[in-house]
Design a protein around this ligand. Sequence first.
Ligand code: GCU
Length: 415
Amino acid sequence: MKQVISPLILALLSILPTSAREAKEYDKDVNYDDRKTPHYDLPPLLVTSQGQTITTADQWHHHRRPEILSLFSNLVYGRVPEPSDPIKMEFEVVKTDSNFMKGKATRKDVKIHLSNKNGRISMHFLVFVPNEAQKPVPAFFKHSFNNTQGKDFDASSFRAGKLKNGWPLGEFLDRGYGFCAVYHQDLVGHNETEFLKSVHKLFYPKGQSFPKAHEWGVLSVCAWGAMRGMDYLETDDDIDHTRIAIMGHSKMGKATLWTAAQDERFALAISAQSGCAGAALWRRKSGETLKKMVTRFPYWLCRNAWKFVEQEDDLPVDQHMLLACIAPRPVYVHSGVEDTWADGRGEYLSAYHASDVYRLLGKKGLESEKSPPVGKAIIESQVGYHIREGGHSIEKYDWERFLEFADYHLKGSSK
Ligand code: GCU
């Protein structure tokens, strides 16, 4: 019976005028689980730990933001230690294919070599530049789950404007964007537990073989790696490194936010369903919680974070403060209705609360505590957002919104 009714309802809906359909969408309650989450008080964004209220941009930039970043470094993601011996970084363009996709783009394979007396490790950095566009081009920069040296990125796997992994590379290039990617496992394993082969070895002093409690977890390593990609971009004349949109999905969305929060060279950030340790608020304890995360992935965060398992209210930060550290640069948050593990409502609230800092800095943020209707994107605001039907993935609808957001904020229409 159900199967008979739902197509019927769908058919009826499709003949309703657009305004009625939008109203229908608006009725959908994307705030559904607020009642199920515990009461919580967020740490104040605009009051320092010494109790000073922040009222100016200067106070934000010089006092509160550094303080918040230090708390995230020491208690959540882990600090990048001082290397025991200075690290030498070399860029090597190992291959250039100017005829990628029948001449649409130039693909550059770059090796970023990192070395010191403790050893050497190299990461691969992939750069696509649209041949027709005027250089330097703005670019998307993806924290990638897919191995950038794998077949997913071959010209032969390119079909209907998309790479094998579904990324609409053709669309990016046609719209005048470059596209770059770093692979998350080049410097550290996905769920590393030993840290013997990872980039850590370059940093350890004699006798150390494991990160200290406040030292970098896996996500911090990914963020550090992306910054090395940015170091390379600063040397590449084809790419406008002042107009880079960093992005990532899920674990890579978490890494994206942590990268952009720390490194102001990234002009814009897109968090796709980053959830726990990404955009979602810890204190809601909805979907994936700190406990669930550190049980399954003990070293994505630093070990200090373990102390807050089931004690989230003691954390001096919550994730709205991470997003706020990106201000005034545009940030976009994307959720999925069925992706309850990533807590779409918590992701929205985080973006909403971070908006206080955007407003302090004279930018537009999210105005309403209520999540927007499903499928209605907020683009013309420095804090952008959408939630769409469906689960944990990046779909065509999402890519289109990301491009719209980047067009609006990186290509000038917002200025
Ligand atoms: C797991 C993990 C999430 C993460 C996701 C992903 O589900 O619990 O935190 O976002 O993997 O990276 O796809």
